[in-house]
Design a protein around this ligand. Structure first.
Ligand code: HSE
Length: 400
């Protein structure tokens, strides 16, 4: 019997307990041993809950119990989750987490600590919720040099953009609906400004390069400036607008950014709608592969945590390789990347645009303004050109 403790009995933590208990028989078969939740750590009591007798309030009960070999950290936030995780690993207890903030801030230290203590620090649920991506990066994609990752890594913003596109609704109205449905937080900044996706692409970039890519070095732009009319233009071009987290690696140099992109009709990310996430990975040998599914939600995220629990249970007293050193990677200036740009400008600046960009394929959905897509060029070159046009309304990057 393998005994597990769950830290935090909130949405994900209670989901982890449910997955372990409801699927106990098949998990037991697949592990070759039974897995049982022995403790649940939470500040609160849960009277009437079928697991109320497992609730403890002192982490030391768990740390001091030699029977507990795996700890699921589903508390969120850096403190006290960081200290609890370090203490568990120091005692040789494997830790499985959904906590992207902790992984992004302290991943390499916790991975190294697990190695020193013959156990594991696994974090499948920290990126893409229920979508398998961390384990594939560590195993199935291990032969590959990953040259590019393009991800729709935030369900809230994808829900908002999908609704705006399908219903012609304004950003503020759809955000309100998303909050009422419980998708968006009351303070939605982390999602709508691209910070949540930024942390996730920082984790994936670290696994891609084996070094530490900090979220602070990922350029992030959110979706708050996207307007209903942008979707009219996008529809005319057969494109969709998505918040894309992108990391590209060339000659050992990495660029990373989160920003809205126009995505062509043929691109596999074009049809990823609603709260769904997808991660489109390009390897130098494999070519393109895409992972798609529920990027958030109680049972989907819990299932990813339990997949780590199973991996730990199959590998007790053995550390699985995770290549992520604490050496910080200097991220390259994202403006060196080349791409096309969608531009909206007031009708009065048409001749300036023609002088600056040469002939363009004009796109019109209204009399007051026009739009076009540039040729492929670096962002640096684009920024210089666009600075000479007086009445630019907005620009959106276009993905290949
Ligand atoms: N707020 C996140 C999202 C939840 O909307 O995708 C998962 O990190």
């Amino acid at each position: 019997m393998i005994k597990v403790a769950v830290l935090g009995y909130g949405t994900v933590g209670s989901g982890v307990v449910q997955v372990i208990q409801d699927n106990a028989a098949l998990i037991s078969k697949r592990v070759g041993d039974d897995i049982e939740v022995k403790y649940i750590l939470d500040l609160r009591e849960f009277p009437g809950d079928k697991n109320e007798d497992k609730v403890v309030h002192d982490i030391n009960v768990i740390l001091d119990d030699p029977e507990v070999s795996i700890v699921c950290e589903t508390m969120g936030g850096v403190n006290p989750a960081f200290q609890f995780s370090k203490d568990a690993l120091a005692k040789g207890k494997s830790v499985c987490t959904s906590n992207k903030e902790l992984v992004e801030n302290h991943g390499p230290e916790l991975i190294a600590l697990a190695k020193q203590n013959n156990c594991n620090y696994l974090f499948e649920a920290s990126v893409g919720g229920g979508i398998p991506i961390i384990r594939p990066m560590n195993s199935s994609l291990a032969p590959e040099e990953i040259v590019r990752i393009m991800g729709i890594l935030n369900g809230t913003t994808n829900f908002i953009l999908t609704k705006m596109a399908k219903e012609g609704a304004a950003y503020a109205d759809v955000l309100k609906q998303a909050q009422e449905l419980g998708y968006a937080e009351r303070n939605p900044e982390a999602d709508v400004e691209g910070h949540d996706a930024g942390r996730k692409i920082a984790i994936l970039s670290s696994l891609m390069t084996g070094k530490t890519v900090k979220f602070a070095d990922v350029h992030t732009e959110g979706i708050t400036k996207i307007e209903t009319i942008d979707f009219e233009y996008a529809a005319k071009m057969g494109k969709s607008i998505k918040l894309i987290a992108m990391a590209e690696q060339k000659d050992g140099k990495l660029t990373a950014l989160v920003a809205p992109f126009m995505i062509g009709a043929d691109h596999p990310l074009n049809g990823v709608n609603g709260v769904f996430n997808a991660i489109y990975v390009t390897g130098n040998m494999l070519g393109d592969v895409m992972f798609y599914g529920q990027g958030a939600g109680k049972l989907a995220t819990a299932s990813a945590v339990v997949s780590d629990v199973i991996e730990c249970a199959r590998n007790l007293d053995r550390t699985l390789p995770v290549v992520w050193d604490d050496e910080k990677l200097d991220v390259e200036d994202y403006t060196a990347s080349e791409r096309c740009f969608f531009v909206r400008a007031a009708i009065g600046s048409r001749s300036q645009v023609l002088n600056t960009f040469g002939s363009i394929n004009e796109i019109r959905v209204t009399d007051e303004e026009f739009a076009f897509v540039t040729n492929k060029m670096s962002e640096q070159a684009f920024n210089k050109l666009i600075a000479s046009v007086d009445k630019v309304i907005s620009t959106i990057r276009v993905a290949e």
